[in-house]
Write a protein that binds this ligand. Structure first.
Ligand SMILES: Nc1ncnc2c1ncn2[C@@H]1O[C@H](COP(=O)(O)OP(=O)(O)O)[C@@H](O)[C@H]1O
Ligand SMILES: [Mg+2]
Length: 228
């Protein structure tokens, strides 16, 4: 098995001289693995995902698909990653839903027609194809989240980093998303509070507490309510 993502002694602080919000993170994820990143509010889940694509500065080594994250490899690393922000507004750029989902595919070299087809196919898997021509501002939070996710998935990136993907979804939408995510061949790292969702999708968990990995394993039942 090859390693899809690796952290070697990674630390993060948001400003020089302030406390580290992540300390000595050493982890490694295999190709195709689906891992839940769990932990209380403020434990550092979002910071770790952001650091992985260089949106937050880190010390130590982050290696994505064999490429160490550095200023000069930033574009190469980002091209391998599909990212879902916990606030979908942060990543929706176009007024039209279909254009928004398709733009990554166009940038990766597909024609407009093929990109739109690919976009509609992913939107259909997520149950939002009927929104293709809706104005973005008219959508609910859960709908926006699935549109943003479709945009992250449309290029079929080898690594998916999803921040609270189930947070705004109703139970049927959650089940549909969980089922779909298990069909993907990408490596998945999902930051979530939603243990039931994590259990449906992930084969492994990593528990963060106050910026450190305090536990990891394959049985999410070990992670009690007190940790999420
Ligand atoms: N932009 C920021 N500036 C300063 N501190 C931040 C910023 N974002 C998050 N933090 C701090 O980093 C810590 C980890 O937060 P975060 O990664 O958002 O945790 P989680 O996603 O697990 O809730 C918290 O103490 C939080 O207050
Ligand atoms: Mg978070």
């Amino acid at each position: 098995m090859s390693i899809a993502l690796e952290y070697q002694d990674v630390s993060v602080s948001y400003a020089e001289g302030t406390n580290k919000v992540l300390r000595s993170i050493t982890l490694s994820f295999e190709q195709g693995e689906r891992v839940a990143l769990v932990g209380l509010n403020g434990s550092g889940k979002t910071s770790l995902l952001l650091a992985t694509v260089g949106l937050v500065l880190s010390e130590g080594s982050i290696i994505v698909g064999g490429t160490r994250l550095e200023r000069k490899t930033l574009a190469k690393v980002r091209a391998q990653v599909g990212f879902l922000f916990s606030v979908p507004e942060d990543q929706l750029l176009f007024p039209n839903v279909l254009d928004d989902v398709a733009h990554g595919a166009i940038r990766s070299g597909l024609t407009h027609d093929s990109a739109r087809k690919a976009a509609l196919a992913v939107m259909s898997e997520l149950g939002v194809e009927s929104l293709a021509h809706a104005p973005l501002h008219s959508l609910s939070h859960g709908q926006k989240q699935r549109i943003a996710l479709a945009g992250a998935l449309v290029t079929n990136p080898p690594l998916l980093l999803l921040d609270e993907p189930s947070a705004a979804l109703d139970p049927p939408a959650k089940r549909k998303l969980a089922q779909y995510l298990t069909t993907l061949t990408s490596t998945l790292v999902i930051a979530t509070h939603d243990l039931e969702f994590a259990e449906r999708v992930c084969q492994r968990y990593v528990l963060l507490d106050e910026g450190q990995v305090v536990r990891q394993g394959s049985d999410l039942a070990e992670v009690s309510e007190k940790w999420t």
